[in-house]
Design a binder for this molecule. Structure first.
Ligand SMILES: Cc1cc2nc3c(=O)[nH]c(=O)nc-3n(C[C@H](O)[C@H](O)[C@H](O)COP(=O)(O)OP(=O)(O)OC[C@H]3O[C@@H](n4cnc5c(N)ncnc54)[C@H](O)[C@@H]3O)c2cc1C
Length: 463
């Protein structure tokens, strides 16, 4: 598919080696990695800050970066660098201190060992520092509009900003938009959600609260610890479900969930609230997203009132902030050279072209009615690997896709969509893009052994 065959009509913003679209967990790591490896790199981000869901939607904590038995950190490289920088600035608790079943894990056990709370404000600054130090040209307030292609090869992108429409010429493009916006518009086959019914995971408006008496909250959990992992009609009834039941009876809780998702923050009295749930949101459609924002803020109001009235320790809580954007778990999955699927997770498969190892569980919300979640943990071994081929789309050259929209089934993506693996996908995409530029080869053909060696050199763990 040819787009903008006469891009000269649009004024030139700049020329570079690598342009990254989207500054979420995958995108900022891709940009920093490409620049550190010698590529002249531009990062295009529609917001005025990086971090994607981690900052804009207030999503947290960082899900596990450890092996299945919780004995060693395996998602390392760029993720570990981010954690260490955050910890140094008082902006995170290192995952080694956060154990399954604890407040940082939202009192979850399975798959939630070594989650790491972080402060989204400090994360914004840490990312700015990493990008600036690496020499990335940052274009905030700039949205990707269309790809520029020639004979099925990416030549650059068209962006829109206060300056109007401009073009950016690049030798390699990394699509880290989360929605595969670039790939989709460049003609890469994509699947929405589960591909069959087009069903996507529900959206959530995260918010943060402060001034919580955390000792009282923990004591309530301690007193009810035998009740927090019940399954009723296939739906997990987690922390404080007994309070939801009481509130539902009183007409004080209308949301289709049976768990009060409270995750302790870096400061003891601050908590992230993951309770809101909005079905049938199409994150690739601005009208649907707009409705979700409105409903999300209504839900925040209802949930906040519920917390203050029903949850011990939350009586004097204050609302610190709700997400400045709705949390979107899933939209498009590209079709790439390989498709990552549930069996890869459950059987602990490690492909030859592995770019990261993780033990993240399959976590697909809204599968049993609105309230249920399909949650499956790795069955075989301590970890599984994500192949480089899942970042390489069909039908177009010089494009990589990193983050939650890589080539995967809905279940496969449901495992690797969490932030630590997304950061390492970005890391690999950035190194591969820079290698392709340096060696003047197609990015699809980069030498995998060299890519893996460079990732290991930069602190990644590949077994
Ligand atoms: C409700 C919810 C709960 C979650 N819980 C957790 C959790 O507890 N722990 C965990 O680790 N993960 C969690 N996740 C998953 C995780 O947050 C995301 O999957 C992850 O952030 C994906 O990273 P990404 O870089 O692929 O995309 P995103 O974080 O979505 O970032 C994409 C970036 O691209 C930018 N962008 C998009 N389109 C354009 C465009 N056209 N032009 C310019 N910029 C663009 C966006 O502004 C954004 O900055 C959760 C997600 C949600 C929604």
């Amino acid at each position: 598919m040819e787009k903008f065959t006469k891009p000269m009509d649009i004024s030139l913003k700049c020329e570079c080696d690598v342009v990254v679209v989207g500054g979420g967990p995958a995108g900022f790591c891709a940009a920093a990695a490409a620049a550190r490896n010698g590529a002249r790199t531009v990062l295009v981000e529609q917001n005025g800050y990086c971090g994607g869901m981690a900052t804009g939607a207030l999503v947290g904590p960082f899900m596990t970066s450890y092996n299945k038995s919780g004995t060693r950190m395996i998602v390392r490289g760029m993720f570990e660098e981010v954690i260490n920088r955050l910890v140094e600035q008082g902006g995170a608790i290192h995952p080694k201190y956060c154990r399954a079943g604890g407040p940082e894990a939202g009192y979850h056990f399975r798959g939630h060992d070594h989650c790491a709370p972080f402060d989204p404000e400090i994360l914004k600054r840490v990312i700015d520092e990493m990008l600036t130090e690496a020499g990335v040209k940052i274009l905030y307030h700039t949205s990707f509009v269309e790809p520029v292609t020639e004979q099925n090869c990416m030549k650059g992108i068209i962006v829109s900003s206060k300056n109007g429409m401009e073009s950016i010429w690049a030798k390699v493009v990394v699509d880290a938009s989360g929605d595969a916006d670039v790939a989709y518009r460049a003609g890469v086959p994509c699947m929405i959600g589960d591909g069959k019914k087009g069903t996507m995971q529900p959206a959530t408006m995260f918010f943060r609260i402060g001034n919580v008496d955390s000792d009282r909250l923990n004591a309530e959990i301690e007193a009810n610890k035998d009740r927090i992992d019940l399954y009723i009609d296939g739906v997990r009834h987690g922390a404080f479900h007994w309070k939801i039941q009481e509130a539902k009876k009183n007409g004080d809780f209308s949301i289709d969930r049976w768990v009060v998702g409270l995750y302790r923050g870096v400061k003891k009295d601050e908590w992230s609230v993951n309770i809101s749930r909005i079905g049938n949101v199409n994150g690739t459609d601005s009208e649907s997203l707009s409705q979700a924002e409105v409903i999300g803020r209504q839900q925040v109001e209802e949930i906040f009132r519920f917390l203050k009235k029903y949850i011990p320790g939350c009586e004097d809580a204050v609302l610190l902030a709700s997400g400045s954007t709705i949390g979107i778990r899933e939209t498009r999955h590209i079709k790439g050279e390989a498709v990552f699927c549930a069996e890869d997770v459950l059987e602990g498969r490690i492909p030859d072209d592995v770019i990261l190892l993780t033990s993240s569980s399959i976590d697909v919300h809204g599968t049993v009615g609105g309230a249920g979640t399909k949650y499956l943990t790795i069955e075989n071994g301590e970890w599984y690997g994500v192949p480089f081929r899942c970042l390489v789309p069909l039908n177009i050259e010089q494009l990589l896709v990193a983050g939650r929209s890589i080539s995967a089934t809905s279940e496969g993506a449901g495992a690797v969509r969490v932030m630590p693996p997304c950061m390492e996908m970005g890391h690999a995409a950035g190194v591969a893009a820079a290698m392709a530029v340096k060696e003047q080869c197609l990015v699809r053909n980069v030498n995998i052994k060299k890519l893996q060696a460079q990732l290991v050199e930069e602190g990644s763990f590949l077994g």
